[in-house]
Design a protein around this ligand. Structure first.
Ligand code: CA
Length: 368
């Protein structure tokens, strides 16, 4: 009998946990802001309702987006009821989640689309419910952005990161003769590209090559392979490169740091990135994730291009809060919108000399 009772008790507990978790799942490293009913501030009149901000994330497992959502939560604090959901990289699921958020009566939606091409579907739903949208991180087309007066975008200019990466590569190659391993004055390099057709992957990859060409910098592109923005895929790609090109590779340029981490792991198995002076290979990433900063600090890699997740989160929350509370959307936003109502946060090149800039940014993004 006791045993039966305890089984029932466990079932009840599990059921209530499941109920808590439905719809509004907090991420692994954070929790959603408590609902307004639980946290009515004593200084405010009871009838003053906090704005309800629905945030649809494409995939909680993405490192960079995790910093953006931490930043949104940290900037938002208890100013709003933030309801955040994870689409787990499934566009159909995200559309359902947006339907649920809209039916709950959110004041504004912040959308990190799984597939930017789904923006028109999302816009038509929000438009029908007269709910404004702040898209972020994955940019809808200009046409979609201009189809709804109550939608805005917060992100970056992806070409800039590719251009800065190429500039960093040229500087390193010119200033340090060790990178020209075969001494021919030409940079032999490979590119780890993100997901084929992904706007950031295309823009970054093209910008790298254009920047080299425009500067008249002599290069030989040994190979470009998609690594899907993922560490493991990039590791597999680099394993093949090690066998195919080996020491011919003078530099690896990666569309993001997650892939570069995989490349470093694969190349390490061949003796590179281990401090062995006879095994030189340059490497530059994009994002300047905390995981890559130690490698920049100790000179294992040349550097990375910081995407400022804190500023992105700050602007997303500020704009969402503004529209939800009837203010001008751009109030308090320091960056000027472009012709598709996009706020583009600048990238910052990070090398050994200014790793602290990235560290300080993450400290701000994680500040609870
Ligand atoms: Ca060379």
């Amino acid at each position: 009998m006791k045993r039966l009772l305890s089984v029932i008790l466990v079932c009840v507990m599990l059921l209530s946990l499941a109920a808590c978790g439905s719809g509004n799942k907090p991420g692994p490293s954070q929790s959603s802001t408590p609902s307004a009913s639980q946290s009515a501030e004593p200084t405010k009149p009871a009838n003053e309702k906090k704005p309800v901000i629905g945030v649809a994330i494409f995939d909680y497992s993405n490192n960079y987006v995790t910093y953006i959502r931490n930043s949104i939560m940290s900037v938002g604090g208890d100013k709003a009821d933030i309801q955040m959901v994870d689409a787990q990289n499934d566009q159909a699921k995200q559309v359902e989640q947006i339907d649920i958020l809209l039916s709950k009566g959110v004041d504004v939606l912040c959308v990190n689309a799984v597939d930017p091409k789904a923006a028109s579907t999302i816009i038509s739903k929000a438009k029908a419910a007269d709910v404004p949208i702040i898209f972020f991180n994955r940019s809808p087309s200009k046409e979609d952005m201009l189809s709804y007066d109550k939608c805005w975008y917060v992100g970056t200019t992806p070409e800039d990161s590719g251009r800065m990466q190429a500039e960093m590569a040229m500087e390193a190659f010119k200033n340090d003769s060790k990178f020209d391993k075969n001494g021919d004055g030409v940079l032999q390099y490979v590119i780890l590209k993100g997901t084929l057709g992904h706007p950031d992957a295309e823009a970054r990859t093209n910008a790298v090559q254009e920047t080299f060409a425009n500067a008249g910098f002599k290069t030989e592109l040994l190979d470009v392979q998609p690594g899907d923005f993922k560490t493991q895929t990039a590791k597999d790609v680099t394993d093949v490169w090690m066998g195919k090109f080996g020491d011919k590779i003078e530099m690896i340029l990666s569309n993001n740091d997650a892939m570069l981490l995989g490349a470093i792991e694969a190349a390490k198995a061949e003796g590179y990135f281990s401090g062995d002076a006879s095994k030189v290979m340059g490497a530059i990433g994009i994002n300047a994730l905390p995981e890559i900063l130690p490698a920049i600090k100790d000179g294992t890699i040349i550097g990375s291009i910081l995407s400022d997740a804190y500023s992105e989160g700050l602007n997303i929350f500020t704009m969402a809060y503004n529209v939800a509370t009837g203010k001008d959307v751009y109030e308090g936003v320091e960056i000027k919108p472009d012709d598709m109502k996009a706020i583009r946060v600048p990238y910052i090149p990070i090398s050994k000399d200014n790793v602290n800039v990235a560290e300080e940014m993450y400290a701000k993004a994680l500040n609870k």
